[in-house]
Design a protein around this ligand. Sequence first.
Ligand SMILES: [Zn+2]
Length: 469
Amino acid sequence: MLTMKMKMIFSLCCLTLMAGYLPAQTTERSQPAVMDTQIQHAVAAVSQERLQANDLALVNFGTRHTLGTTLPPEKRAGVVQAREWINAQLQQLAEQCHGCLEVKTSKSTEGPAARIPQPAELVSVYAVQKGSSAEAAKRVILICAHYDTIAMAQMNDPEAPAPGANDDGSGTSVVLEAARVLSQQKFPATIVYALFPGEEQGLFGSKAFAQTVVSAWKLEAVLSNDIVGGDNTRDQQGMVRVFSEGIPARLLPDGQISGDTYKELRRLRLLGAESDSPSRQLARFIASEVPRYLPSSSVQPKLIFRQDRFLRGGDHTSFNEQGFAAVRLTEYAENYDHQHQLPRLENGIEYGDLQRFVNFEYLAGVTRLNVAAVALLASAPAPPADVKLRTKELVNTSTLHWAASPDGLATGYEVLCRDTTAPLWEKVIPAGAQFEITVPYSKDNVVFAVRAYDAVGHRSLPVYPTPER
Ligand SMILES: [Zn+2]
């Protein structure tokens, strides 16, 4: 069995080898994948000690149950203390970077619902790091986690102990640490760091956020970190899972499917495009662009082509439902005795989501992966616009064309190509600064996408072409 890392090296080798067999009409060389020292510095600045200290501060609130907001103020509910603490952490980072972060909250009242017996106020806390380029700053890269916790045995009791060291103190700590190291630098695109409540009641915090706050943004990618602490009683195999949906959730809303949606679903089937959702392109981007920034001993991405674990969900779904590219990061092997459990000792087994089960070295690895991914996305040019694959004539070559990447950062374009059964892109065909290319491969046999690159070699997210008749 090849390890993930070996597979990465293997696929990189393949790209190099294939450069010799590129079609004759592609005279311009593609930009090499040079290392960005700013991103290397950000990755190196991740502190395991800070992650541990942040996670401990969250655990020390005892519980961060969302319904805590319905308790009288004198009770000082953990969820309220936690959001005030998160807000204070982000404010402190904002001061340290001389106002580069704008810290905000977004409120909604949710319930009654199955797990919210009476209406409760939900407050999401987020910080906006505006991009340094006027045009690229309109694009938003979001990294998020949920700060609420639950103990299922007393699921509606806001005072039952629910330390949530891993679910999702780990993800919350990742977002705060990413905000600390990335706010020390400038990126062309905007980065948003968001922490949601109400996940355990049914994704309420992220749903409200995705439907309201985000609607004003050009949201390009979402990384949701949920249970990324690397439970130390299980073998994590040096990997963190990256879940990505195939058929986009936005095409399968609750209730009736509209005519347009039905047409789009039929088209996905017709083209065999069920593994080329924007979320899956984001997952592939993480697998291909990020590992070269990670120390070899650090946690590597393991792509799972599935929207989440079997029959389970998380905050990334709220963004998928609104049509955004969003992936979920979760440790490789979970221990369910340490999730959603009342802390207790029973038949010699210790239950509870306690800090002693979190592997902070692993969590630091996951944080590095997030930092590199977010920095790469925020440094990259916008994806090319209006990407089309010509289908007018029946020919054994394929012609793709596109419009310029809209934020002015791109200096060239590349066509990506893979076998229909391959999980990751296999060939890179440089197109230089042109907006059209004909490649000697039949569209019947392979899958294509087009991406932009800048003068330094940052790659945009790839865009799957729409057929042009
Ligand atoms: Zn969770």
